[in-house]
Design a protein around this ligand. Structure first.
Ligand SMILES: [Fe+2]
Ligand SMILES: [Fe+2]
Length: 304
């Protein structure tokens, strides 16, 4: 299949529609939480940010949909916008249900440069999802929240994975339509957008740290989540989870490759460095330490 062809466009749009999941956030099996789990959920310092991000995502994708002429693309992008709005509803339902402190922030003006905003948002989702895959695995393994709750978040994770596969294909298709020159500089463009996404994430982390300053997210909660946290292990998890989740999609479609390739290179260097630093590692590898038999992740296939 030639990237940028009508066949490519039809394939990634059709796949996106076919993998749609019907559910109503209000009728999901929200679990009753005991006091401890409730405190832990309430102590997570970023619900306000997540709520705002999903609302903003819905607004950006909906506004961008209006500018798209191609009916096939328009239909698929409209569906993504609708799903982002449903994510916001899901977070709102959770906030109300469990009494989380996450007020609704006023929406910023998104009326200008909507295509750039859509691309910034798309690459931002690629970055957030890649890191989110690793974080979700830590949350799952440590049972930071009851599994019934994490299964609801899994619904979001799956949809975000669909979104980034769709976005990467849309981006490649759109650039290929502009001709070979645009296609040739696509990796550079991606780098540019990833750098912007990383700056945004760093700014967000800094603001989050300033506003919370560790007060809300108590040390016990952090340690439960990050006990034994090692950067290399985290990266291994992001990378492995990315591969596992991406394998659920049509093989002929493009996948985000920039961050997995970067992670692969970094991991290779880290492995080499650790073998040289410690020629005789004494026991389990970090990933063996991590996998302490806490059950399969949702959607995990026993593919030997
Ligand atoms: Fe979303
Ligand atoms: Fe999304």
């Amino acid at each position: 299949m030639k990237i940028g062809s009508e066949e490519h466009r039809d394939a990634f749009c059709r796949h996106f529609r076919q993998t749609f999941t019907a559910y109503d956030p209000k009728t999901l099996p929200w679990p009753v939480l005991d006091d401890e789990a409730l405190q832990r959920l309430r102590a997570v310092p970023f619900w306000e940010e997540v709520f705002y991000t999903e609302r903003r995502a819905g607004a950006i994708v909906a506004a961008f949909t209006e500018t798209v002429d191609d009916p096939v693309l328009k239909d698929a992008i409209a569906l993504q916008g609708w799903e982002e709005a449903r994510h916001a509803t899901l977070i709102r339902v959770m906030i109300d249900k469990y009494g989380l402190d996450a007020p609704e922030r006023p929406m910023e003006d998104i009326s200008t440069n909507i295509e750039t905003r859509f691309k910034d948002f798309g690459f931002g989702e690629c970055l957030d999802s890649f890191l989110g895959f690793g974080l979700f695995k830590i949350a799952w393994q440590s049972e930071f929240l009851p599994r019934e709750m994490l299964k609801i978040f899994e619904t979001l994770m799956y949809e975000e994975t669909r979104h980034i596969v769709f976005f990467i294909n849309w981006m490649a298709y759109t650039e290929a339509q502009k001709g070979w020159a645009a296609r040739a500089i696509l990796p550079l463009k991606s780098l540019h957008y990833y750098a912007r996404a990383l700056r945004r994430l760093a700014g967000l982390a800094k603001r989050g740290k300033e506003s919370n300053d560790g007060k809300n997210f108590a040390a016990t909660q952090v340690s439960m989540f990050l006990d034994g946290f090692k950067f290399r292990q985290f990266l291994e998890d992001c990378y492995a989870e990315n591969s596992r989740r991406m394998s659920a999609f049509e093989p002929e479609l493009l996948r985000p490759s920039f961050l997995p390739q970067l992670a692969e290179t970094a991991l290779r260097a880290l492995r080499l460095w650790s073998t040289q630093a410690k020629p005789q590692p004494n026991s389990a590898t970090p990933s063996e330490n991590f996998a302490t038999g806490s059950g399969d992740m949702p959607g995990q296939r026993s593919n030997s």
